[in-house]
Write a protein that binds this ligand. Structure first.
Ligand code: BGC
Length: 733
């Protein structure tokens, strides 16, 4: 995010003209909190919803009503800097008040959770990350930016780049998985996609990376929970994607709900000031998560709301999402000398800089043409949805090469999820139009699949015995069962302690197996699931995640071999829920898992996951050979040959890992350091080379200091984190 001298001057001129009220107004995002027209607070409403006094629907209506009443007077008085509006006409109306009826005419910035697509719904992030395709990450972000800008949304609460290693946490669906390197590539590609396509103000938005930081490490995978970790873990695992995104120019960042080592990140100066603003020189602004400033009272770190507001702003929080505490309580606190005007000016300067950079001053409103530009989803957008879905599918199991099926195969399609188009979208899709979606069942029908369909059972429904009987006695060749989680079972506030297939779906599968036909599972889920039983008993398993608009068609193409699956897992799948957290980049321990009882493992689940990070099958075979490592002063040059040894074309992601064997801190048994996705014809061999810069081979110690240490390093290359060639070298820095 670079501003011209002229733009910087504009910010300073505005700042010099602003009253304190106007400054605090810029730091105020009116969104999920309900003020003005309601007698109850947001918290009370939530309480009413939780204890059943109002239904979900009534809650929704109240919220929608509240949104319509958006403090027009507050906007007019310059007390609102940011909004969360999803209706473009409403956006224009409110923006007009800000631009034409306020003293200084500063436009509002409008933010929304566009996480995996706006009108075009792409795969959820955990799935898309598995494509290992940075160009795709960028293209889907750029398309979402264009679509959203046409709806008045110029600020995205994404990318979500929380490294997450505990599949019980529902929000694993929203981020790029368990690995800091993949998540960093994802973060920078997303920032480029959102922010760097600046043909006009209609083609880019301001990104807001979230949730800063270590939210993915919430204890036990329980959402909003505490996090506690060493500095080395924080720096080596959780911070890298944020650092990468900031280097790519991220315009804003959202602090996370959790506390980190006892300090809620909303009021955490170590994170927001020392690391983010001082060390990393982040030029954008920090926003709180929704209502998080107020929640510092519940955390037990602030005496009251005023105290929370003072701590937050002094820690480096620039914008308050949803509580109005800055507006209400900071004037008196400033008067008392608890907050300095320099602190306020710094926050406002950051916010105004983003608004200027976004072109909001020149182009605050939407024209009719813009609003209706994507009334019909363009073919090119659908095509990208399809490609993203194709690349994100992971083939987990394929016994005796059952797949791909021949076009003539007669299928019994089962599973309630198969018929529900809405379920294809995933937990954070909020702006799509139902008419743009197709269920798996309908997509299969359009594809010309010879099939019958019975729901039989879903994640939240019972087994329909009659339908089950019908399937068992049907004249078909295979059973394809679409099973998994409803989309509401992942995402925010959707942690699960038992991550096996929910409801009676496994029982349905057991019964389906009794008819002796091959059973293929297509999974629809927002997290790694514990699938030992399924892996043991089913003939094939296709990981379909929530793939968005292209889901059904892409699955049909994979099932029948028009597309060769190429996705890899961005997150490890455990054998049992109790193995969580389980991830490939673990440390070795003094007693690495093995046959002896006295090694690090579970008596009932061993130490190995079911499917490791980077794993994913293909309809062809790939082999790596000739790993060679040479050393120059600044880098290791790694080369490896990869061949397609099977009989059909396919894409493979070759992964480069390293292990620092002799570091002064115990380092992971493998760390991803690079990857290349290549297409290979049958019989084709390609020599790949990777440059592993020595400056990237170090690690942070427990003082947060980056070290590179001479010693032995193992270098691995292969097609999954478990299937690798290895070489060992002595490295001098
Ligand atoms: C979530 C954020 C989201 C915000 C605004 C919060 O509850 O944690 O991820 O961006 O709401 O919708």
């Amino acid at each position: 995010m670079n501003l011209t001298t002229e733009q910087k001057e504009k910010v300073e001129t505005l700042l010099s003209q602003m009253t304190l009220t106007e400054k605090l107004g810029q730091m105020n995002q009116v969104s999920v909190s309900i003020v003005g027209s309601f007698d109850v607070s947001f918290e009370e409403l939530i309480e009413m919803l939780t204890d059943g006094r109002i239904s979900q629907e009534e809650f929704g209506k109240l919220m929608a009503g509240a949104r319509k009443d958006y403090h027009k007077d507050d906007i007019r008085a310059g007390k609102v800097g940011a909004l969360m509006v999803d209706d473009p006409v409403e956006y224009n109306r409110l923006q007009k008040i800000a631009v034409e009826e306020t003293r200084l005419g500063i436009p509002i910035i409008n933010g929304r959770d566009i996480i995996h697509g706006c009108l075009s719904i792409f795969p959820i992030a955990i799935a898309e990350a598995g494509s290992f395709d940075p160009e795709l990450f960028e293209e889907t972000a750029a398309m979402a930016a264009r679509e959203a800008r046409s709806q008045g949304i110029s600020w995205f609460y994404s990318p979500m780049v929380d490294v997450a290693r505990d599949a019980r946490w529902g929000r694993v669906s929203e981020g790029p998985g368990e690995d800091p390197c993949l998540a960093s590539v994802f973060a920078s590609a997303k920032i480029r996609g959102l922010q760097d396509h600046r043909e006009s103000t209609e083609t880019y938005v301001a990104a807001c990376m979230k949730h800063f930081a270590a939210y993915g490490a919430v204890e036990g995978g329980r959402d909003y929970n505490t996090t506690n970790m060493s500095l080395s873990r924080l720096y080596n695992v959780y911070l890298p994607p944020f650092k990468a995104g900031i280097e790519a120019g991220a315009a804003s960042i959202m602090a996370s709900f959790n506390d980190l080592n006892g300090v809620p990140n909303t009021v955490n100066p170590f994170l927001l000031r020392n690391i983010l603003k001082d060390d990393w020189k982040f030029p954008g602004f920090v926003v709180s998560d929704a209502n998080a400033i107020r929640e510092c009272v519940s955390h037990g770190i602030a005496r009251d709301e005023t105290d929370a507001g003072v701590q937050a702003v002094n820690a480096g929080m620039d914008m308050d999402m949803g509580t109005e505490i800055f507006n209400k309580d900071l004037p008196a606190a400033i008067e008392k000398g608890l907050v300095s005007m320099d602190t306020i000016d710094e926050a406002v300067r950051r916010i105004l800089s983003v608004k200027v950079w976004l072109g909001l001053f020149e182009h605050p409103y939407l024209t009719d043409g813009e609003i209706h530009r994507y009334d019909v989803l363009p073919e090119e957008h659908r095509a990208l949805c399809l490609r993203a879905a194709q690349e994100s599918i992971v083939l987990l199991r394929n016994k005796d090469h059952l797949l791909p099926l021949s076009k003539k195969t007669r299928i019994s399609l089962v599973g309630a999820l198969a018929a529900d188009a809405d379920e294809t979208t995933g937990a954070w899709a909020i702006s799509y139009r139902s008419g743009d979606l197709t269920s798996i069942k309908d997509a299969f029908a359009e594809y010309g699949v010879s099939m019958s369909y019975h729901a039989v059972c879903g994640p939240e429904s019972d087994i329909n015995e009659e339908e089950l009987e019908a399937v068992l006695h049907e004249d078909s060749d295979v059973i394809v069962a679409v099973v998994g989680e409803a989309k509401s079972m992942s995402g925010e506030a959707s942690s699960r302690a038992d991550i096996t297939l929910p409801g009676r779906q496994r029982e349905m599968l057991e019964k389906l197996l009794t008819c002796g036909k091959p059973v293929i599972a297509i999974l629809m889920n927002g997290r790694p699931l514990a699938l030992s039983w399924e892996d043991e008993h089913l003939d094939a398993i296709i990981e379909g995640w929530h793939l968005g608009i292209g889901m059904g068609e892409a699955l049909a193409q994979v099932l029948f071999g028009e597309i060769n699956p190429s996705g890899k897992l961005s997150s490890t799948f455990p054998r049992m829920s109790g193995q969580c957290p389980v991830y490939y980049a673990h440390t070795n321990t003094g007693r690495p898992g093995g046959r002896s009882k006295f090694t690090s493992k579970y008596m009932d689940a061993g130490y190995k996951p079911l499917y490791p990070f980077g794993y994913g099958l293909s309809y062809t075979e790939f082999a790596c050979e000739n790993l060679a490592v040479t050393q120059t002063r600044d880098a290791l040059q790694v080369s490896v040959d990869v061949s397609n040894t099977g009989d059909r074309e396919g894409a493979v992601t070759v992964q480069l890992y390293m292990r620092d064997v002799t570091a002064s801190l115990v380092r992971p048994v493998k760390e991803l350091k690079g990857f290349q996705r290549v297409d290979l014809q049958p019989g084709e061999k390609r020599s790949l080379s990777f440059t592993l810069w020595k400056r990237d081979m170090g690690f942070y110690n427990n003082e947060g200091k980056y070290l590179t240490e001479d010693g032995a390093f193992q270098i691995f290359a292969g097609t999954s984190s478990e299937d690798c060639l290895m070489d060992e070298v002595e490295v001098t820095f």
